[in-house]
Design a protein around this ligand. Sequence first.
Ligand code: ATP
Ligand code: MG
Length: 336
Amino acid sequence: YDLRNEDLKDLQELGQGNGGSVKKVEHIPTGKIMAKKIVLIDAKPAVRKQILRELQIMHDCHSKYIISFWGAFLADPNICMCIEFMDKGSLDGIYKKIGPIEIDVVGKVALAVLEGLTYLYDVHRIIHRDIKPSNILCNSQGEIKICDFGVSGELINSIADTFVGTSTYMSPERIQGAQYTVKSDVWSLGISLIELALGRFPFSESLSDDSDLSDFEGTLSPARPGSMGSLAALGLPPSRSKANKGATSKKDKRKSKGVSLQGGGMTMSILELLQHIVNEPAPRLMGFPEEAEAFVDSCLLKDPEKRKTPKDLLNDEWIVYARTSTIDLEAWASTI
Ligand code: ATP
Ligand code: MG
């Protein structure tokens, strides 16, 4: 597709994230329905062009577990990416609508994400960096695919310069400033799977009575990859005050070196959550089939040395079972 903004007709708002918004659009010349992601980037034109070049790698990503890429263009001051439209949306929206997701479907999700991660890493040496339910999409054919992976180093840097997304799916080693590896994605997968099976974010109980912790935007900066440093080095006091809520513009908040969390009417310290992830035992899945629990435990090994890679996990007992499972995802998707 030769994509131009003028050829895209907005049909529906699909959602808003930290870095921009996503719309369902029609490409008028072809009638193709797409999802258009608008990313707000505070970067120089040269950097923007570089990002656009780097995004072209997505044209070479072909896997049934990865969202297809239709093209990207600059629409000053934004970068627009057109990707495959998934009519059932993301898994966070799905469980918030229908409640906890049955464990056999969660098994299929785990399989799809591991396949997608293995493909990205083995074929393109890409590490996803942002596995979470909102980046796992589903359609009415029952297909499950991952999106929003870190193809463009410049884009990762630009976003890191302005804001970092919710960091609550971050692995302990990542929080402590270690190098990001494919195993960090495995941790994020483990947290996501618990969230889907329980129908709530796993850390929501340990920290606060406010159950909707998954919705807050934890902003931790500066965060150029690898430069985050240790928690101790951050040396930031927990920001519990509600006083500054609404007092600063969004941009000020992003740029501030502090840490702030706001969501569903609450402001609390992300440090508490990050410290919890580093210091306390990992959350566990309980009351589910043994193989599912064991798989999640292996994703959530706190020592990255002991944690397996996505490729190795494809041989896990539960995943092998999920592969052979005859559960009808198309029928499941029709219930959403
Ligand atoms: P964050 O910005 O913290 O990563 P996010 O993933 O929710 O959060 P976006 O990536 O901007 O933010 O996506 C916003 C919403 O748009 C998603 O939650 C999802 O429901 C929807 N969405 C994204 N891509 C598609 C797509 N290809 N098809 C259908 N819906 C999509
Ligand atoms: Mg996303």
